[in-house]
Design a protein around this ligand. Sequence first.
Ligand code: ZN
Length: 213
Amino acid sequence: MPPNILNRLCRLVYPPRCPYCQRVLTCEESWCPSCRELLGGQDGVRSLPGPLLCAYSFVYKGCPRDAVLRYKFYGRKEYAHAFAVRGQESVQRHLPYASFSVVTCVPLSRARRKERGYNQAELYARELAKLLDAPYEELLRKDCENRIQHSLGRDERSRNVQGVYSPQGAIAGRGILLCDDIVTSGATLRECARVLLENGAKQVCCVVIANAN
Ligand SMILES: [Zn+2]
């Protein structure tokens, strides 16, 4: 059976649902009109120390928070596309002067990735790269496991991420869009951006699904 027919059949049996409220969607929609109305104004941009700009699509509470949790911990990998559609709008609206030629993400350690089966930031970054018509490349790796950031206080978070990320691939001279799922203190994004800039990146800016600050 041709893959597009199989795909259509699949959509009939398992119709796409809005990641935020779970209503059934049409094939063209990535979220429902009601969520668009309710949540469409939550996007914005944060200035993290560095300075580093970070665009976000949602505030990390209510339905968007539940959607991110299902995406991250309950295998709803298909949400990556819907999040990326919002991410593209956030980048265009809030980072209009960003100049980037490559999209990358905050990496997971090998052990954590194996445990979860996927890196939620990577799936989001890959979908976003397609929409922004830029290549996705892995420019960072995480060599060792540190303590989970959200279990720590603000001061501890900065110390906890220092030195855990290493550069890889072609970084020098490039403008880089760095993606993650959530920004809280910004310590992880700052540390990743520091490694990229120290290795010659021309510019780094960030985009995340939700702002938890
Ligand atoms: Zn909805």
